[in-house]
Design a protein. Sequence first.
Lengths: 127, 211
Amino acid sequence: MTTSCRPDAAAAVDLDALPALPRDEAGPVFRAPWEAQAFAMALELHRRGVFTWSEWAATLSAEIAAANARHEHDDGSHYYERWLAALETLAARKAVVGDAELADRIDAWDRAAQATPHGQPVVLPRA
Amino acid sequence: MSDHRHDHDHENAHDRPLSGPALRVKALESLLVEKGLIDPKTLDEIVDTYEHRVGPRNGARVVARAWVDAAFRERLLADATAAVAEFGFIEPHAEDMVAVENTPAVRNLVVCSLCSCYPWPVLGLPPAWYKSDAYRARAVVDPRGVLKAFGEDIPEDVEVRVWDSTAEMRYLVVPERPAATEGWSEEALAALVTRDSMVGVGTAKRPEGGA
């Protein structure tokens, strides 16, 4: 016999359509520095009361569901991309960082990075 | 979408120091710092904690104590949040913890079908497979198949219980204590407790030379 504490989650899933289960031993916690930074930013914004942890989990779940709906399957290695998308979504929804403001800043860092000689730290010119 | 990351990301990073998610993180972080909502030093401390100070060794200590100390085992199964707090690991984030015990008749399996909620204070951050679409979807609908993929053939007369984690509730599996470990110290027993056994996809290691 098999029981689930949340049987409604057991929606019909075509098991054959799912990728094989990935397996691993204890790898690094974060695969790249940006993953660690994105992780820490969410924890810190929660600690400061910008959002509740339930809001966070709901937003992250929605990003993962949306990625699945776009048929972007994740073997676990794209997880922090969903995490970052959830962070951007909540920052905008909580009026902390707006979409346009963020887009402008991404452009500014992109220009600064491309104008920076190899090996030099990238710095943003003061406005 | 910037989904074209691959295993040699760090090599590309030399050609283009900022791109894709790294660029977006840098932009968001710089705005949050300017607004006084985050402090880069605090972020570094959080990362250090999760990279170095929490991990499955914490959970292994909890399980080993439950194996040797009947009163602790009772406290753990009655209120895992309080029992785990006795160890002084990091504070639970915002959630309660529940310990579920394997027996000869019951196997427990933990998943987060919606995202990847995981008991951080006792297990650290989850492995990639726990976060994968395949595990999240399969564990709920076909737990015996998942266990088989992890090398665990569960007899039909053993009940498999699936625990779907939420933002408020995280689960820790207490695996069965291996045979032939009578009289072992807590520390020696903890070395037998694997991460997989505390998520429920494996069992504790058998003592070397044992059956």
